[in-house]
Write a protein that binds this ligand. Sequence first.
Ligand SMILES: O=C(O)C1=C[C@@H](OP(=O)(O)O)[C@@H](O)[C@H](O)C1
Ligand SMILES: C=C(OP(=O)(O)O)C(=O)O
Length: 431
Amino acid sequence: MTTVALPQNNNGLNGTLTVPGDKSISHRSVMFGAVSRGTTIVDHFLFSDDCLRTIAAFKALGVPITTNNEQVTIEGRGGFDNFQKPTHPLDMGNSGTSTRLLLGLLAKQPFDIKMVGDASLSKRPLNRVIEPLTQMGSKITAQANNFLPLTLHVNQKLAGLEYHLPVASAQVKSALIWAGLQADSNSHLTEKLITRDHTEKMLHQFGGTLQQSGKEIEVSPQHDFQGQHLYVPGDISSAAFFIVAGVCVPNSKITLKQVGLNQTRTGILDALTKMGAQFEISNRSTDSEPAGDITIKDQPLHSLTLTQADIPGMVDEVPLIVLAATQAAGTTVISGAQELRVKETDRIATVTQELQKFGADIEQRPDGFVINGGTKLHPADQPLDSHGDHRIGMMLAIANLIAGGAGQLENAEAINISYPTFWQDLAQLQA
Ligand SMILES: O=C(O)C1=C[C@@H](OP(=O)(O)O)[C@@H](O)[C@H](O)C1
Ligand SMILES: C=C(OP(=O)(O)O)C(=O)O
């Protein structure tokens, strides 16, 4: 366990920053690169622990992958049939995205594959992918049918699937798209709510086709993808720490360069706008994955109400919205966010418990929070704890700046899961 002394606020956060590449897009770039013909080059890749798990898994499957600074080069295997049997279990570490997407991508292989993960990942539900993949013909044996460690057994045949997703999850959707590409007939998926569509966008970029209309997706069998040269935009989920800091820490003005603005991911900006915040977006790119520069400064906020339909577009940013809500005038109510209970930690519980150390007035509900805002946070009265959850650790670092004073963060190493350069980037804005 690493305990760090948290940086203190001196005079706000100021300056310009390029945040690291998007985690969801980085994972998918390795997956598409691995099954394509020819070479894929990925620039501004996120070299964080989670994305390195995806790279390690494909290397274990015999895919040549080299890394150099922020670039990854993948020599594609030309379809799904040319992987090697791994000589050891694939270790997914803390990464839910690697685990769930690979279950679909590897659902039809001529050998058994074992998967393991860390203590947190081994408690996260997998039945949401195992159940529909089993309907398609995949053979998976997992602890209590639901948890790592698991074995994906030899399987030579997948059938198309008609499926209404019972949870709003891009990971489940993406796993089923990967399996659907290898099935012997078309699959029809209906999402519960629209979730991030990076898999769908990248499939088109690599030369594939997919029919899509709102929540309906039709996947046809195909395996002929062509390697690409990609640039991964900045991760809006990482930028979000500095967006909320920029709004809530007095005397701040920050520009975040080339942040991904995929409209299935910008819920944090919509929520802050509803809370009365204003920001400027410039230099918009119109690539398949759109991006732009976001400029934000400190300003007053008021409360808002968020319901289930709002959550997928900001699912990983809800802890930060709760923090912003502690600073907003009025009472914020967040409901329909029960998915937060099955992330790296039970984020409804950990956010509430940790922010209460600063005197925040928060009550947890089974599916969300009630936050009485406008509280002046005081320096934490005991050490803060990430509980091994990267997003909780970074949110607490921002809360500590808002509260003022010193603070200690336990289990700070978790931040490497998604943002290894977080402390340097924060220091750059404090310089
Ligand atoms: O597909 C993805 O890349 C992700 C989807 C989300 O998970 P769910 O699909 O479980 O909501 C999100 O929380 C996770 O950080 C990344
Ligand atoms: C939930 C997250 O990731 P994963 O599901 O990939 O572990 C996250 O990054 O907040």
